[in-house]
Design a protein around this ligand. Structure first.
Ligand code: UN1
Length: 483
């Protein structure tokens, strides 16, 4: 049995304990064994990252470009292999897994270019003879805490900008999907970044999170995960000894897809199926609330159910699978509990809801895409993030009510509207209280080069991705020059 080691100060370091990574499509298949970092490993990684700052500042932007471009290129060259690994450990259908690996490659390439485009400003002073320079510097040591649902793309969109803007990284991937993280680390280890500037610490968040955040040599924490854990991260960043750590949180969503009377229903059904069920609904951008106006409600629901019957649930890597398993037993239990809650609350289970412990002879965590109708927005299934292939249809009178219901949620990540009216599209674009608006497009699935993030309980801090990422990964310095 080989155990994949952590990566600390440029060396592969085996842990005393390890975790087992199991394929959710086939629980008899162990994807691998991965070392669990302990407190001493975390300290060593923080020490190395801190020490690497001077080596990082000696790297030219061109060298950072070359290293990031190398990573992006290798990910692309190994797309099939990495996508297979991702689908195997996470349960994402192979086509989606390929798209995710491709996205990770694009992100590294994008930030390779950004390393060459770091700019400042020179501004006239209000005082005579003085000028003012505004420059950006690396923030320092960044802890990257990433979830299991996008095991290569989310690490990419945190690690690539961190390195592009000259920071050192401590990477703590989810314990449920360490294989993609390990493969990514192995590529980064050969890319030319100096030893200590990139460290992999695998294991459980409850131990490693506090160990990283409580150390005041860690300057910033970027986190994607649940709202509950996000709040703990925030509290730790603020209450630790030493200076407050800069933090950025991407948390839950309860994203609405609004379908108006004038929508193209073919487009609307595709948006709903993709947004609600692809990637097994395990996306913070998933459309879990389908808000549909009265006139087209029945037609939309019947077309959606027909389309759902074509979705094939099965092994993520099997030919023809559109919906893979949920990630593990805990998540399956939570999903099934929410299905029961929906029934108890009086919503109508219109489709799916069935759990299969075997498909094609494989023992996995399979759940059929599930649709509730006759739901009201106050129900728990419409207020709480489920993170599974479960959506609820809420019938509304008109566009006005649809907008009000769409915004009536603690979250504010993404929202979609299907309409052929420019007037309605413009109104929703203006009035939706979210970070991302999708017009005639699924609420999930975003471009790699533009800002990503939300409002209210979905996000805290500056935006991720695209050029806006520099707001998190750099510190602005203002210099007054009296020559
Ligand atoms: C997408 O919808 O393409 O955790 C990305 C998540 C998000 C990423 C979604 N941070 O689901």
């Amino acid at each position: 049995m080989t155990v994949k080691p952590n990566f600390i100060n440029g060396k592969w370091v085996e842990g005393r304990t390890h975790l087992e990574n199991v394929n959710p499509s086939d629980t008899s298949d162990v994807v691998g064994y991965f070392s669990i970092a302990n407190q001493a490993d975390v300290s060593a990684a923080i020490e190395a990252a801190t020490e690497s700052k001077h080596k990082l500042s000696a790297l030219t932007p061109q060298q950072r470009f070359d290293a990031l471009d190398f990573i992006g290129s290798e990910i692309y060259q190994r797309l099939d292999e990495l996508a297979d690994l991702l689908a195997r450990e996470e349960g994402k259908a192979l086509l989606d897994a390929k798209a995710e690996v491709n996205r990770a490659s694009q992100i590294f390439k994008f930030f390779a270019g950004e390393a060459l485009r770091i700019q400042g400003e020179i501004v006239a002073s209000t005082r005579p003879n003085m000028s003012v320079e505004i420059t950006r510097e690396p923030v320092g040591v960044v802890a990257v805490i990433s979830p299991w649902n996008f095991p290569i793309a989310i690490p990419a969109w945190k690690i690539a900008p961190a390195l592009a803007y000259g920071n050192a990284v401590l990477f703590k991937p989810s314990e449920l999907a360490p294989a993609s993280a390990w493969a990514l680390t192995e590529i980064i280890s050969r890319s030319g970044f100096p030893s200590g500037s990139f460290n992999l610490l695998m294991g459980y968040g409850r131990d490693l999170g506090p160990a990283m955040i409580h150390d005041s040599r860690v300057d910033a924490v970027t986190f994607t995960g649940s709202e509950g854990t996000g709040r703990l991260v925030a509290t730790s960043c603020v209450s630790r000894k030493g200076h407050i750590a800069r933090f950025q949180l991407e948390m839950g969503g309860k994203n609405p897809l609004v379908v108006l009377d004038d929508a193209d229903l073919d487009v609307a059904v595709e948006c709903a199926v993709n947004g609600a069920f692809f990637s097994t609904g395990q996306r913070c951008t998933a459309s879990s609330r389908l808000i549909v106006t009265e006139k087209i409600h029945d037609e939309f629901v019947s077309r959606l159910i027909k389309r759902m019957s074509q979705l094939k649930v099965g092994d993520a890597r099997a030919e023809g699978t559109s919906i893979g398993p949920v990630i593990d037993q805990n998540q399956l239990k939570k999903d099934l509990q929410f299905i029961q809650i929906g029934k108890d609350e009086g919503a109508h289970l219109a489709c799916g809801g069935v759990h299969h412990s075997h498909i094609s002879g494989r023992n996995g965590f399979y759940l059929e895409p599930t649709l509730f109708t006759n739901a009201s927005n106050q129900m728990r299934i419409c207020q709480e993030e489920i993170f599974g292939p479960i959506a609820a249809v809420i019938r509304v009178k008109d566009a006005e009510e649809a907008l009000q219901v769409a915004n009536d949620t603690p979250y504010g990540l993404s929202a979609g509207v299907c309409t052929t009216s420019l007037k309605q599209a413009s109104k929703f674009k203006r009035e939706l209280l979210v970070g991302m608006v999708m017009i005639n497009a699924p609420t999930a699935g975003v471009d790699p080069h533009v800002p990503f993030g939300g409002r209210k309980s979905s996000s805290f801090g500056t935006r991720e991705q695209g050029r806006y990422a520099s707001d998190f990964y750099t510190v602005v310095k203002t210099t007054y020059v009296n020559p």
